[in-house]
Structures are given as C-alpha cells and as structure tokens.
Design a protein around this ligand. Structure first.
Ligand code: 9YT
Length: 133
C-alpha cells in the first residue's frame, strides 16, 4: 500500500512549477498504477496552450474559477468547483484561470514519469525524465 500527503510530495522532486501552473505528482509511472495522479494549481490571470498528443487526461476542479477553450471549434467551457473535464480526444485546448487560482486533481494515462513540462506545442513527451527517490 502507498500512503502519501500533498505536503510531503510538494517538498520533494514530485513538485514541478512553470510560469502558469504548478503540479504535485502524487502518483507516477514508477508507482506502477497504470495512471498518474496530480494536484495542480493554475495561476489566476494566465492562459496555457495544451495539446496532450501522447496522453489522456481527466481534470476535476476542486476550487477556483476559469474556462477551457477547445481550439478546433472555439467552444468555451466554464470551470467551477465540481466540474470534471476529460480530454478523451487529445483535444488541443487553452486553459485559463480567471479571477482565482484553480486547484484541480488530474489523472493521466499513460502515467507521467515525473519531470514533464509542456513543449512549444503544449505537448508532454511520452518518455520524460523520471523522479529519482
Ligand atoms: C490541467 C492541466 O493539464 N494543467 C497542466 C499541468 C498538468 N495538470 C500536470 O502536469 O499536472
């Protein structure tokens, strides 16, 4: 059995921060669960272009406020506490936190290795550097 807290993961190599979001990767590929599980904060007033060509992702909003826009059709979906959005078609999208930071729980299949950040096209590589523990 694995038991971890957000606080201890946040103070380890499982924590990744960029200009528009941070991510605490509580479960990774090395945990052998077949998915990874992250707690992510999207910073208020930011927009992040994302295109997970190699991954499926489900995102559950715990707190905060924002929207996600699917690039191909220009549809905008509000994000509020209790909203789940699922990138089941590798949807290219723009993620915006508006008036408040969004805190969300994210699940990735296949699982992340640990050190992934978006490349210039908003993509995570299939095999990024792993967290060493
Ligand atoms: C919702 C989303 O995709 N945010 C970007 C960070 C990502 N969730 C991650 O790597 O944890």
């Amino acid at each position: 059995m694995i038991v971890r807290t957000l606080a201890e993961c946040r103070h380890s190599d499982r924590y990744v921060k960029t200009e528009t979001w941070d991510s605490t990767r509580m479960l990774l590929k090395s945990d052998n669960m077949g998915f990874s599980f992250h707690i992510t904060t999207i910073f208020a007033g930011t927009e992040t272009p994302i295109h997970y060509q190699n991954h499926l992702e489900a995102v559950y909003c715990i707190s905060g406020e924002g929207e996600v826009e699917t690039v191909d059709d220009g549809k905008i979906y509000p994000i509020r506490p209790g909203t789940l959005y699922v990138l089941d078609k590798h949807d290219k999208h723009l993620l915006r936190a508006t008036t408040a930071d969004i805190q969300c729980a994210c699940v990735f299949n296949p699982p992340l290795n640990g050190k992934e950040v978006h490349d210039e096209n908003g993509v995570y590589p299939l095999e990024a550097e792993a967290v060493v523990e």
